[in-house]
Design a protein around this ligand. Sequence first.
Ligand SMILES: *Cc1c(COP(=O)(O)O)cnc(C)c1O
Length: 378
Amino acid sequence: MSGFVFSEKPIEIADGDGAYVTDSNGTEYLDMGASYACVPLGHGHEAVQEAVSDQLSKITYVQASYPVEVRTKLYKLLAETAPKTVDKVWLCNSGTEANEAALKFARSATGNSKIIATKRGFHGRTMGALATTWKDKYKQPYEPLMGDVEFVPYGDTEAMAEAVDDETAAVIIEPVQGEGGINPARKEYLQRVRVETATSGAALIFDEVQTGMGRTGTLWASEWADVVPDMITSAKGLGNGVPIGATLCRDWIADNYGSHASTFSGGPVISAAAHATVSTIVDEEIPTHAAEIGEYMMGEIEAAVEEHELPVRDVRGNGLMVGVETKRGANRVLRELALEHQVLALPAGRTVVRLLPPLTINKEHVDTVVGALTEALS
Ligand SMILES: *Cc1c(COP(=O)(O)O)cnc(C)c1O
């Protein structure tokens, strides 16, 4: 018997430390994907490990209806660090569940059913979130999915203005599309989406499952976008590898959320991991570091592309969420990066090499990656 795997890699990972993982033969790899942004503080981060083992030694699980100190502390920390007026938190265990909750809450709070999502967007793979995900390949085998979802082109202000009306429950949108190819939105576009949704009474859901936790240079992308959404969903980096999701809600949503629950919501162990992760990111000003290193990385990649005339169409991103669109298949480049240069990265579609490293990397790590990329692309 074997487990379900998406596409098995030829490297068995045995250990991790900071920006590096080690395979079972003892070879070290620079981890520039952080397994889809799930390890913003790097592997084996002490504060997170300590928080988890401390909590394990006290109590592993107690149902969510009993308050637990560490969960209460997490609620408070998330509310304090989120854009103002986002003040209630629903906890779950993954990104798709965080979005699933957001979609339910939007329908319940508005009394409407229509959801507007964006072309090339990705919001998860459970039936509701999947219905708001763009790629047909992910949806088609499972249809019919949740109905009343309309897709508009990402970044098209007029299309969004036309689609949002007084029958809209929510707009769900990534501030930077991840899976869809690392497509950053313009701040003005996101602000216009806020205006349109506020005017029509629809909820604005920022899916920050990938962009959150400092990834794009601020703790939440909503900060640089200067937008206060009605809900922000988070997961991937939130527990530095321990699976947790969150839906941050404004009062008008939380007060009318309907009836939603999950057995493992906000367990003490995952709450401890997330509390340690978020407080470290905030206290050590990791988002500022991510902004600086991200800018350095994009600059160095662009310089290498020019100097070596590399087959690259575009380098784009925000902070340490960076996409390099190649004129060749991304998978070939990724394979060479891993096997020849011991650098792990990710694809985003067929042509984009996606870099989502731990936010704690330094310039030397960047120089190593740019060197490896240059050779892999040459
Ligand atoms: C990964 C991702 C999800 C889904 O998260 P899971 O934890 O895999 O369910 C949703 N939205 C975005 C933007 C993501 O990157």
